[in-house]
Design a protein around this ligand. Structure first.
Ligand code: ZN
Ligand code: ZN
Length: 72
């Protein structure tokens, strides 16, 4: 019944380069594998993500380092 057009055209999508890009480790990947820094709103992949002091706070490595040093 449901036709997912535009999405899931290829069921091996995870093997392909994604439309999103992590600027910190320079790889392409899918949006499903990315989080967004709550400070600068840049995409950051799960490898580069820097967890804030509170659960659910996602920072990029740069903002994570700033938050770590106590800078606002
Ligand atoms: Zn990355
Ligand atoms: Zn950031």
């Amino acid at each position: 019944m449901s036709q997912n057009q535009g999405e899931n055209r290829d069921d091996r999508w995870w093997l392909q380069e994604g439309a999103e890009w992590c600027p910190f480790c320079d790889i392409s990947l899918h949006a499903e594998g990315l989080s967004y820094c709550i400070a600068c709103d840049r995409a950051v992949c799960m490898v580069c993500v820097s967890q804030g002091p509170d659960a659910g706070e996602i920072y990029c490595p740069e903002c994570g380092a700033k938050a770590d040093s106590g800078e606002a």
